[in-house]
Design a binder for this molecule. Structure first.
Ligand code: IMP
Length: 185
């Protein structure tokens, strides 16, 4: 059983589905904490350490973001704030006239057990910023994030479809493989 700390219900739904694929049980606790400024890795390490100290048991947290190449990685570590303040339509305005639409989502899982140092697991997925919002599934930037191989945005994919190759799938899969291998030792 793994404890996932998040206040984001979309992340919970996706993580539950991914853990199910690997046959690992997940419980969810919403434990608010101040995120420090820093990289995704810094935030995930800090959150994992804080959570396992508070709960006195092993826990994972996730910090994620959308990195747009032509905007020098913006909104990146500010993704949550920018989504709430600017929103997708203003991102599209920033991208007007820009041909290089490359973007990637990154997800970093932070894991910590009591009395040990946190570990991090990075997952990425490559895509393009669409020219308009497409689809109403998923959350936040999903309708903007076009996956060229599929010809659809994350907003047009069901949770199960997105979970086949998303940044969150990749970071959680790395974490689960490591976590399960610990049991064998
Ligand atoms: P976090 O909650 O601090 O990890 O902030 C991540 C922010 O990045 C979220 O609030 C979303 O705005 C955005 N984000 C992260 N993952 C996704 C995703 O899978 N789809 C859409 N937006 C995402």
């Amino acid at each position: 059983m793994i404890t996932f700390i998040t206040g984001n219900k979309h992340k919970v739904i996706e993580a539950e589905n991914i853990f199910q694929i690997f046959g690992v049980k997940l419980e969810h606790i919403d434990l608010g904490y101040m995120e420090p400024q820093g990289t995704l890795e810094d935030v995930a390490k800090f959150g994992a350490k804080y959570a396992c100290q508070e709960l006195n048991k092993p826990a994972i947290v996730e910090d994620a973001g959308l990195f747009i190449k032509a905007l020098n990685g913006f909104p990146g570590t500010y993704s949550s704030y920018v989504q709430d303040s600017l929103g997708n339509q203003n991102i599209l305005k920033l991208m007007e006239g820009i041909d290089d639409r490359y973007a990637e989502f990154r997800s970093v899982i932070g894991y910590c057990a009591p009395n040990s140092e946190p570990k991090v697991f990075l997952g990425r997925v490559k895509g393009q910023i669409a020219h308009e919002e497409r689809g109403n599934l998923g959350f936040a930037y999903d309708p903007l994030f076009l996956v060229p191989e599929v010809g659809k945005t994350f907003g047009e994919l069901t949770t199960e479809e997105k979970n086949q190759f998303s940044h969150r799938r990749n970071s959680l899969e790395k974490f689960i493989n490591w976590y399960v291998s610990q049991d064998d030792e």
